[in-house]
Design a protein around this ligand. Structure first.
Ligand SMILES: [Zn+2]
Length: 220
């Protein structure tokens, strides 16, 4: 598949609108978190470093090649650009990567604990449990490699002691995954706070839905 796939692309306008939606949805605050979208010409549109989402404009976005060289834009790209570029280089079927410090997901990242796929939506849209990557320094190439290695069959991964990364063929799907994972982390945390036993989904659900995630990821 990876050899023949035509990579999905988006536009800077959609990247900007999705960045603002991340703020509206409470997935980011201030200047934390970042987004990338694959655009035409084998290039990537990245959110800038240190620009608040509410005042961010198209001119603030930075266009880079897949190696991270700036092609267009006057700002510095997000310092976490390797998180994005490593995944987009490795998985041609992906069109967008989103990174947030969403509160409930980050609670699991502190615990170095996967968020369990205990509701069917997570199996369908994320591919199963959200794994937690090994700790690597923020903004490092090593962190990018570590995270990308966990995204082969998943639409999300936790960064130990840091936050969440989600991906998809489009900004809409990557954003959907971020909101879904955060909601799942919240309900699992809440169920545990109730003292409830959390029951896994029946194995049959995971088996029956195994191909659905792959189909969604590969078909924009
Ligand atoms: Zn971060």
């Amino acid at each position: 598949m990876a050899d023949t796939i035509t990579s999905p692309t988006t536009t800077p306008e959609v990247v900007l609108a999705t960045a603002k939606k991340m703020l509206e949805d409470g997935l980011v605050e201030g200047t934390s978190g970042n987004i990338s979208g694959r655009i035409d010409g084998g290039l990537v549109c990245l959110s800038p470093s240190s620009v608040p989402y509410d005042t961010m404009t198209l001119e603030d976005l930075v266009i880079v090649d897949l190696d991270g060289n700036v092609v267009e834009g006057t700002r510095s790209p997000t310092t976490e650009k390797d998180l994005h570029l490593s995944a987009l280089r490795r998985y041609p079927e992906l069109g967008c990567v989103i990174h947030t410090h969403a509160v409930y997901a980050t609670m699991f990242a502190l615990a170095h604990e996967p968020i369990p796929a205990v509701i069917e939506e997570v199996v369908v849209y994320v591919g199963g449990d959200v794994p937690c990557c090994e700790y690597k320094g923020t903004g490092s190439v090593e962190l990018g490699d570590e995270v990308a290695s966990h995204l082969a069959e998943r639409g999300a991964a936790l960064l130990a002691n840091h936050g969440l990364v989600t991906c998809g063929s489009s900004p809409e799907k990557a954003l959907h995954n971020a909101a879904l994972v955060e909601r799942t982390a919240k309900i699992v945390w809440g169920a545990r706070a109730m003292g409830a036993t959390i029951h896994p989904l029946p194995d049959k659900v995971n088996t029956d839905m195994a191909g659905v995630y792959r189909f969604i990821r590969d078909n924009p």
